[in-house]
Design a protein around this ligand. Structure first.
Ligand SMILES: [Zn+2]
Length: 295
């Protein structure tokens, strides 16, 4: 089918070069999570959100938090977030955009990626160009997802089975696309919306309010591309530590921070041999924390 092949080739070129609009990733300083109304779906009764709790119920029955960071890796801010997590012995899931491994300082982007995997974090797929998957043609949407996975797996030397749709878009087109690709959207429960320009203190306050009343498991969405995140994260983690001390004094369980590897063991091990494959093939960059998750 030469026409289809030609169309696919055009789409691939458009995808790799990125959109020509000001909102595209040609400006890495531009917010990649612009203010946007939920995608229109026009189907009465069609669910607008995704099921919650996003990562299932708490395995321990107690309050659990999963840290997730979107839109990186950013050469200026991601290393600072990694420093904070390393100091506190925490591990997160980073949903990344593939364009960061196509343009800009590629050596630095790859160095950050290798550090991220080496330090026990997990990489997730967030499309190549932070695509609006409810708006772009479905074939382009598929390329956004599959090409991003290829770029991220190459950069991290790890399988990238988790996917998060930009903007949390949900519509029939996205559901068909994910179904065709055998993927599932990894949603969140707490979104302080620091990407709207909220300051660090206000961001931390919003998260803390949610965590204070958290029961069961909550997935926290933040952006390692934002300086507000860099300043808010220590405030949030300090509050969790202080709150846990208060709870333990009263004989109550504290808030546990679940690592990406723990979640992978819980959610992926029964159905995917991806970690075992990675270890068996001796792929570089496989962290001891991830190796430990292989059943
Ligand atoms: Zn995003």
């Amino acid at each position: 089918m030469p026409i289809r092949r030609a169309l696919a080739a055009c789409l691939a070129v458009a995808l790799v070069t990125g959109p020509a609009t000001a909102q595209g990733p040609s400006d890495p300083g531009e917010s990649l999570e612009p203010m946007e109304a939920p995608p229109p779906h026009g189907i009465p009764g069609y669910p607008r959100g995704w099921p919650q709790p996003a990562a299932g119920p708490s395995a321990s029955g107690e309050a659990e938090v999963v840290l997730t960071f979107d839109d990186g890796p950013d050469p200026d801010t991601t290393p600072i977030v990694l420093d904070i997590l390393r100091e506190r012995g925490l591990h997160a899931v980073f949903f990344q955009v593939g364009w960061r491994f196509r343009r800009g300082d590629l050596a630095r982007a790859h160095a950050i990626e290798q550090r991220l995997v080496r330090e026990g974090h997990i990489v997730g797929n967030h499309t190549v160009n932070h695509a609006k998957l409810c708006s772009v043609p479905i074939e382009l949407g598929k390329l956004e997802v599959t090409m991003a996975r290829g770029l991220l797996e190459q950069a991290s030397a790890m399988p990238v089975p988790w996917f998060r749709t930009p903007y949390g878009s949900r519509c029939p087109r996205v559901e068909h696309l994910l179904g065709d690709l055998g993927l599932r959207h990894f949603h969140w429960d707490v979104d302080p919306q620091e990407w709207r320009g909220l300051g660090a203190k206000a961001t931390a306050a919003k998260v803390i309010r949610s965590l204070h009343r958290l029961q069961g498991r909550g997935v926290l969405l933040m952006h390692d591309t934002k300086f507000a995140t860099r300043y808010a994260l220590p405030l949030i983690l300090d509050w969790i530590a202080a709150e846990n001390a208060r709870r333990i004094k009263k004989g109550r369980p504290g808030i546990r921070i679940i690592s990406g590897a723990q979640l992978a063991r819980e959610q992926l091990a029964p159905t995917l041999g991806w970690l075992a494959d990675a270890v068996n093939r001796g792929r570089r960059g496989v962290d001891a924390a991830l190796v430990a998750t292989v059943p």
